[in-house]
Design a protein around this ligand. Structure first.
Ligand SMILES: Cc1ncc(COP(=O)(O)O)c(C=O)c1O
Length: 441
């Protein structure tokens, strides 16, 4: 029996009976959540839980109050009537203002369409973008990425290819992406920025490369900004003042941005995302769309075709609440970046604790510059595979997911999410990491 912070025999028994072995590193996030729940119950110990990207901060009071107000005032319309699929007029208006003030891109309210979280935005977009042209029916994932988006492709029967961007930063990105696009088989490219799981952020040079290629090969970029403004190396919080949130929209007209309220506004429970479609794409006709949709115009097919089949709109109250929230942000009355800065502060301390105890940060640079501290980071331990690391950490009361399920080729690595770890847990984390290092040296 080994000297581990959590009872070795109990942990061993639960792992052996979990059904997740031999390849624990292929476990989904929810499977890891389940086993850690079982471990906490059986051992009575609290784990340092870094496996799931759940917001760990409260929702801004303005947003909660506005939603409650909407429910109180509007029982005749808010709860009893269906919402419009294209979205609440105020939310659309404030979204377009937000895009201008914080991204410096011009769109009209009609180009801003709510969905039931970015999860649904991606589903609706996958359903639409792959049907524009008969032959261009694959999606290119710039990985590592959010695993559920690939699951969505599997469920839909949508074809995709992926590559790990680790070895293709900067100028190297051009040839790599072009090698896929020149086949003429790709309808779109998807990535998140800052990136889940690695927390890398593309530089302006890289965004330009992606944008130029998207224009050259008529490919649509699905830019997932679920962590909007959270590259804390820059201050993106001032309305109408540079620097603005970096985006590929500065370099191509073939863009669609996915905004999510889940992380930036800690609003994950209410499920609200906003799709921003480039004005040029919104009104463009594609012959291929006629096969599956009533009309061949992109914006129309997305809203009254794809989104309509997934949900008859997004609930009124969260849209009304978010409209008021964005209004406050747009008027400079609420600083949304300050609201989520604690994640960056926690990451700085937690990453140092890992590094001081023999761990390595896997994705550590953006073209030579250290990555930002934020919601996630990636780590490995010399001499251990991702599979061994995931399992071994459970004996030390620490949980994270393997990079293997994110499309990363760095399969020795793990993704840690800092959102749930409170400063009062740092001491326990340090003790556990020290023990781990002592026992593995
Ligand atoms: C990159 C990325 N995209 C999308 C989502 C899903 O966002 P939502 O909660 O708005 O569905 C997440 C959630 O973790 C994410 O990390």
């Amino acid at each position: 029996m080994k000297d581990t912070p959590i009872n070795y025999t109990i942990v061993n028994q639960i792992i052996e009976n979990s059904g997740l072995k031999p390849d624990m590193s292929s476990s989904t996030i929810r499977e890891i959540v389940r086993i850690v729940n079982d471990l906490e119950k059986a051992t009575g110990e609290k784990y340092i839980r870094m496996e799931m990207g759940v917001p760990g901060l409260p929702t801004p009071q303005i947003l909660i109050d506005a939603e409650i107000e909407a429910l109180k005032n509007g029982s005749k319309t808010v709860t009893s009537k269906y919402p419009m699929i294209e979205g609440d007029a105020e939310l659309k208006k404030e979204s377009a203002r937000f895009v201008k003030l914080f991204i410096n891109i011009d769109v009209e309210p009609k180009h801003c369409v709510p969905a039931v979280g970015s999860m649904q935005s991606a589903m609706a977009l996958f359903l639409t973008v792959n049907r524009l042209h008969e032959k261009r029916n694959k999606i290119l994932f710039i990985d590592p990425g959010f695993p559920v988006q690939k699951q969505q492709c599997h469920v839909l029967g949508v074809k995709y290819e992926t590559f790990d961007v680790y070895n293709f930063r900067g100028e190297k990105l051009k040839d790599k992406i072009e090698s896929y696009l020149k086949t003429g088989e790709f309808s779109s490219i998807i990535y998140s920025n800052p990136n889940n799981p690695s927390w890398i952020s593309f530089t302006e040079k890289e965004l330009k490369i992606i944008g130029d290629l998207a224009t050259k090969y008529e490919t649509i970029v699905l830019e997932d900004l679920a962590y909007f403004g959270m590259d804390f190396r820059q201050d993106y919080s001032k309305p109408g003042v540079p620097p603005y949130q970096p985006t590929v929209a500065n370099y191509t007209k073939n863009y669609i941005i996915m905004l999510s309220s889940s992380k930036v506004f800690s609003f994950a429970g209410q499920r609200l995302g906003i799709i921003i479609v480039s004005p040029e794409l919104f009104d463009k006709s594609y012959d291929g769309l006629k096969r599956n949709f009533k009309k061949d115009v992109f914006g129309y097919a997305l809203i009254y075709g794809s989104l309509y089949t997934l949900s008859a709109g997004v609930n009124h109250s969260s849209q009304i609440g978010m409209a008021k929230m964005l209004k406050a942000v747009n008027e400079g009355k609420y600083n949304f970046v300050e609201g989520v800065k604690p994640y960056g502060e926690r990451a700085k301390v937690i990453k140092k604790l890992f590094v001081d105890n023999g761990f390595k940060i896997v994705y550590d640079k953006d073209e030579g510059e250290p990555i930002s501290d934020g919601f996630y980071f990636t780590f490995s331990y010399p001499g251990l595979s991702g599979n061994e690391l995931l399992e071994d950490l459970l004996y030390y009361g620490i949980s994270a997911i393997s990079l293997k399920i994110t499309g990363s080729e760095r399969t020795e690595g793990m993704r840690a999410c800092v959102s749930q770890i409170l400063p009062e847990q740092f001491e326990v984390l340090e003790y556990r990491l020290k023990k781990f290092n002592e026992n593995h040296k």
